[in-house]
Design a protein around this ligand. Structure first.
Ligand code: FE2
Length: 558
């Protein structure tokens, strides 16, 4: 599958550089060359690559490479001089860097916290690549990444994982430790990469002393937001999974403020536009994303589309920046007529149009929606009333109907939503219109749980578990486990495994597969293959303590 073509680094030196270039042949002469220099310098002293490396948004001919120079993570300025600094980068076809394919030098700019985004081009499709950076005499860890198959090329496999919600103080990231051992082409991160709160002095469940400067939440302070990302990326398992696989990242609310909508919040918590601007800036500085995601006069454009040959299209959406204020109230509130006004939107009209146009233009076998909040209805109170969670798509029913209509009218093949946010696991049938019980199932949704958020405490199982019976389109629910979702996509089916860890109170925790599902080509709706089923789910209202591993053996959790 991996057939990189060694190309001369000199004859096709085309690369885009987000922060300006000092590239050229002279710079190439100074690159770290040879296998001996592939070793990163021991992390200590003023080591600048403390946050590791990352790659993202693979295209058939390139990928984004990311790092940031920050020797002192919790100092304003990160310990770097306030001027632009040259950083060298290399892409090789082998881990020992004996076949270097591309290279160059970029400026790390102080106004971008000395982060670096290299948009490498000129690689061959469907290849595996290794990359590293150098600043002065320091060499970064080596990252591995890959390019997508050629546009439209017959493609038989896409192995991905998706994750969300990694509150640092809620626990460690043993799931990332396991994810780094998987054989994946891509990782989708669906939001809540950081949380907006101050960090407790004792480090929360991590029980790690943290500097005083982290006590105060970032709010509108860019310098403090940078420290939040630097803290989260201090986690070695998060760094490991970034170094191993390319990511496609979108955001949810906690990258700015709980449940915010556009420039509004129910909390009236200071200047939301200012907070948002700086939070978006810090997000860009710490993610392997392309130039449009850099905040500018137009605001960052985060929604984007990836293609995996003729097999899959992945539409990563931004469900926060452009949404209207939920018409029926913030959070849990009764459904109301105003939610059906045409102006109510989750994505904003330009993004909606972009999404639907993409459906009309491309005919992949699988159409994946990288989605931040739950798409399916969750009726909270059955016949008693109309209580819904309005921060999710339930607050935007008309916008949801526009999306499902776009799927039907464009004859979109196999729409599947991968969703974050909830800190619980759901597998859902998506109906053409949830207001009509006889409406057909048009798509499938998998809601992953959190990597760490909510820690080891049962919170949502007891609350949401009793509601599941009101929602026959919900095929599976599990309340309070931590983990991620692995999806193996081939031409006939998507095989989905809900991969859980037993605790997030330690860096190392055993992993098990709670349940597996399959979606077949041409048949919307998931078929459960293993794991506890809804009709024998006595513990679902307090789901801790029950599970089955991949072999179908009952296991005790926590
Ligand atoms: Fe979350």
């Amino acid at each position: 599958m991996v057939v990189p073509h060694p190309t001369s680094p000199l004859d096709r030196r085309r690369f885009l550089i987000g922060v300006g270039a000092v590239a050229g042949l002279a710079a190439a002469a100074q690159l770290p060359v040879g296998p001996a220099e592939a070793r990163p310098r021991v992390a200590g002293g003023d080591y600048v690559f403390r946050l590791g490396v990352a790659s993202g948004d693979p295209l058939p001919d390139g990928v984004v490479l990311w790092t940031r120079l920050v020797p002192r993570r919790f100092e304003p300025g990160g310990g770097m001089p306030p001027r632009r600094l040259p950083v060298q980068w290399q892409v090789a076809a082998d881990e020992r860097f004996s076949r270097i394919i591309r290279g160059g030098t970029v400026w790390a700019l102080p106004e971008l916290a000395h982060s670096v985004h290299v948009e490498v081009e000129g690689l061959t499709p469907d290849g595996e690549w290794f990359y590293r950076f150098r600043y002065r005499d320091q060499v970064s860890p080596v990252g591995r990444t890959r390019t997508a198959p050629a546009m439209g090329a017959r493609t038989g496999r896409l192995a991905l994982a998706f994750a969300s919600c990694q509150d640092w103080a809620s626990g460690y990231y043993p799931s990332y430790r396991h994810m780094a051992q998987e054989d994946l082409d891509l990782v989708l991160h669906l939001g809540d990469y950081v949380y907006e709160g101050g960090i407790p002095a004792d480090g929360g469940l991590r029980a790690v002393n943290t500097p005083d400067i982290l006590r105060v939440p970032p709010r509108g302070d860019l310098t403090r937001w940078r420290m939040q990302y630097a803290l989260y990326k201090s986690d070695p398992d998060l760094r490991a999974v970034h170094a191993r696989f390319p990511f496609a990242v979108t955001w949810d609310d906690h990258e700015v403020l709980n449940d915010y909508a556009n420039t509004h919040s129910q909390y009236g918590d200071g200047n939301i536009p200012l907070r948002r601007r700086n939070a978006y800036q810090a997000w860009y500085e710490h993610q392997p994303v392309r130039r449009p995601a850099r905040p500018g006069s137009e605001g960052p454009r985060v929604y984007r589309r990836l293609h995996w040959g003729d097999l899959a299209q992945i539409d990563m959406v931004d469900g926060r920046q452009f949404r209207t204020i939920p018409a029926c109230g913030w959070g849990e509130a009764d459904a109301c007529d105003e939610a059906y006004l045409p102006r109510q939107t989750m994505l904003g009209r330009p993004q909606e149009q972009w999404l639907y146009n993409g459906y009309a233009a491309n005919r992949p076998r699988w159409n994946i929606l990288g989605n931040n909040v739950m798409l399916a209805r969750l009726d909270h109170d059955g016949k008693k009333g109309d209580l819904l969670w309005n921060d999710a798509w339930d607050g935007y029913p008309r916008a949801r109907n526009r999306l499902t209509r776009a799927w039907v009218e464009n004859d979109v093949r196999n729409p599947v939503a991968f969703t974050g946010d909830w800190h619980s696991t759901f597998v859902n049938d998506i109906k053409r219109n949830f207001d009509h019980p006889k409406s057909p199932v048009v798509a499938t949704e998998f809601v992953g749980t959190s990597i760490s958020t909510n820690g080891d405490v049962p919170v949502y199982g007891p609350y949401y578990g009793p509601m599941i019976d009101f929602n026959p389109h919900i095929k599976f629910f599990d309340g309070d486990r931590r983990g991620y979702v692995r999806a193996n996509i081939d031409r006939k089916k998507i095989f989905v495994a809900h991969r859980m860890v037993r605790t997030v109170s330690t860096r190392r925790a055993d992993q098990y597969t709670l349940a597996t599902f399959m979606v077949e080509d041409g048949r919307p709706g998931a078929v459960q293959l293993s794991g506890p089923t809804q009709d024998r789910f006595p513990e679902r209202s307090s789901s801790r303590g029950y599970g089955k591993d991949a072999e179908g053996k009952a296991t005790q959790v926590g």
